[in-house]
Design a protein around this ligand. Structure first.
Ligand code: C2E
Ligand code: MG
Ligand code: MG
Length: 407
């Protein structure tokens, strides 16, 4: 931390403010600026003060910490902030997200009373390189280029394994669209799905993926792998009541059995154009397809809406799964989603398992299936076959030696 510039303390409580000033001086700060609330702090900044760091309370009269952070983000977005507050940790978490959304670099949150050790730890961490902001999203491609790629057979499914959490066996795979771009390499869905949806052209890709996934299902089963293959359906496709018959036609035409395929629909998707969506989903279910509610927790499905669609599976969104062992709020959401899934007799899938700790947390909560980078990334069909073969062999060895299964 650069201590040649002053540090600004924004705190309405005199004793706390003086305590912070003393600690910071003891830690080597050359100068300390003090403000009793956000408005005073802003006035200092407007008069030309450019502190190296701001230590800020949240609950203050006149201008509270949230408003001050917003203003700071507009004026001095590069000045790092430490929040010192006696508020509930759940509230502090949402303040941290808010600061990030306002472009403010939050070094950390300290519970009051602030100790010298905790402050020193945060300052030391702040000396590291500035955390890169989230990588800018990959570019979206123009519709004409995407359509030319489709016509040129450049779109293929990659398969990401789904594991049974009790046995560790591969029980399914999700087909995820990939564009083998002749110049750009493998392009992920962000680059083309939305463009196709907005142009009303998503079905071309959907049917291409379905057909290839159905052929893959047939081949995987012929190789002795009893797994289901999941395909993503767009919300927009469900508005057309002829969809279910066309989907079934493509799958049976490829020699696959609908009961070996699962169709994933995002939570919001199931809710728009409700009547035709229900007609399609019910018909698909009658034909034997599994129906999965994807990204559960990110949309606005009411429990009543969820119960009237004949889903067979619920996929908890990765936003709650990844790191849920360490985040109490995410943990509660995952637990509630699992209870809901099991109460409605749906199989629960956790997507976004990235670490052993995610796996342990989800398994401990009774989740049925898991998908995530910790076990495997999306891969081509040949690699999936090898992956399943290798796991099968390892599992057989474990069964013989009695070693418990691990992912
Ligand atoms: P989704 O259906 O929720 O698929 C899961 C996404 O999470 C995939 O991203 C997968 O690669 C990623 N993922 C899996 N495990 C992890 C993990 O541990 N950590 C992280 N950070 N990510 C993980 P992908 O392949 O980029 O697909 C993004 C979305 O694009 C999919 O989300 C789906 O909504 C859509 N999509 C993909 N293929 C198709 C398709 O053929 N048709 C339609 N309509 N949408 C598709
Ligand atoms: Mg999906
Ligand atoms: Mg998902």
């Amino acid at each position: 931390m650069n201590f040649t510039q002053s540090i600004l303390i924004v705190e309405d409580h005199d004793f706390q403010r003086r305590l912070l000033a003393r600690i910071l001086t003891a830690l080597g700060a050359q100068g300390v600026l003090e403000a009793a609330n956000g408005r005073e702090a802003l006035a200092l900044i407007e008069r030309g003060s450019a502190p190296a760091l701001v230590v800020c309370d949240l609950d203050m009269p006149e201008m509270d910490g949230m408003a001050f952070i917003r203003n700071l983000g507009e004026r001095l977005p590069d000045v790092p902030v430490i929040i010192a507050s006696a508020l509930d940790p759940a509230l502090l978490g949402s303040v941290a997200k808010m600061a990030d959304a306002y472009g403010v670099r939050l070094l950390g949150v300290l519970e009051k009373p602030v100790t010298r050790m905790h402050l020193a730890q945060l300052l030391a961490a702040g000396d590291g390189p500035r955390q890169p902001r989230a990588a800018p999203p990959a570019p979206r491609f123009p519709l004409a280029e995407i359509e030319a790629g489709i016509a040129n057979h450049e779109f293929v499914p990659f398969f990401q394994p789904k594991l049974d959490m009790q046995t560790g066996a591969v029980v399914g795979a999700e087909a995820l669209a990939r564009w083998k771009h002749p110049a750009k390499g493998i392009v992920a869905p962000y680059g083309f799905i939305l463009t196709l949806e907005q142009a009303g052209k998503i079905n071309t890709l959907t049917f291409l993926m379905l057909e290839q996934a159905a052929h893959a299902t047939r081949r995987l089963r012929a190789a002795g792998l009893e797994i289901t293959v999941s395909v993503n359906l767009s919300t927009t496709s469900l508005a057309d009541v002829t969809l279910a018959d066309r989907v079934a036609g493509v799958v049976t035409g490829a020699g696959a059995d609908p009961k070996h395929l699962v169709l994933e629909i995002t939570e919001t998707a199931a809710m728009t154009s409700l009547a035709p969506a229900l007609e399609n989903l019910t018909r698909l279910r009658m034909k034997g397809f599994g129906l999965s509610i994807d990204d559960y927790g990110t949309g606005f499905a009411s429990l009543a809406q969820l119960a009237r669609v004949p889903f067979t599976e619920l996929k908890i969104d990765q936003g709650f799964v990844t790191g849920c062992g360490e985040h109490p709020t995410a943990h509660v959401i995952v637990e509630a989603s699992l209870a809901l899934a099991h109460g409605l007799k749906l199989r629960a899938v956790a997507e976004g398992i990235e670490t052993q700790s995610d796996w342990d947390a989800l398994k401990g909560m009774g989740c049925d299936m898991a998908q995530g980078y910790f076990m495997a990334r999306p891969m081509d069909e040949a690699t999936l076959l090898d992956f399943c073969g290798a796991r099968g062999a390892r599992q057989a060895a474990r069964t013989q030696t009695g070693t418990p299964s691990r992912p």
